[in-house]
Ligand binder design. Sequence first.
Ligand SMILES: [Zn+2]
Length: 204
Amino acid sequence: MNKKNVSISSVISDLINHLNQLPGIGPKTAERLAFHIIKSPENKILSLADSLIKSKQKLSFCNNCFIVTEINPCNICTDEMRDQKSICIVQDSIDAYAIESTNNYNGSYHILNGYISPINGIGPNELTISSLIKRIEKKPPTEIILATNPTIEGDATATYISNQIKSANIKISRLAVGIPFGGDLDYTDPKTLTQAFNSRQIFE
Ligand SMILES: [Zn+2]
């Protein structure tokens, strides 16, 4: 008697395919997550589905700084206690939240929603750079902080923006690259160590 192969349900393969499209989720993790979802209590999964739907229905990008927000313009852009003449440029909203968690910066932000990456077909037009230029022309800031990630793409993006906005009246800075707090010199890669060495500051 021939054994009859049972093919995977299309509902399960559909779920795996959707999960597999999320960043950082490979096919194996997608499978594990799918079966975790199938085994989970219905109320938990309904609440997960509800929060996915709400994230699309209630959140949008601020018209001014492009941070993810429930109200437009966002709380940061309308806060008069903040220094609106300082703009910190970051790749994603999550980077702005990371800076906010330090309680060390009281200016505004501009979220690029990505970085320049010719290999992936992402040029300046795919980001929010033209809106940034218009924003600067409308209300010139006194300071621009380039806080893109210290990667090849992040550096290229920072250089491109800096070339676009060069003006005698705007102070343009880039976040320092260095040794993390609690780090070890002998475990630090040569590029970081060189940059940390070159960015050394007067010891007070
Ligand atoms: Zn905003």
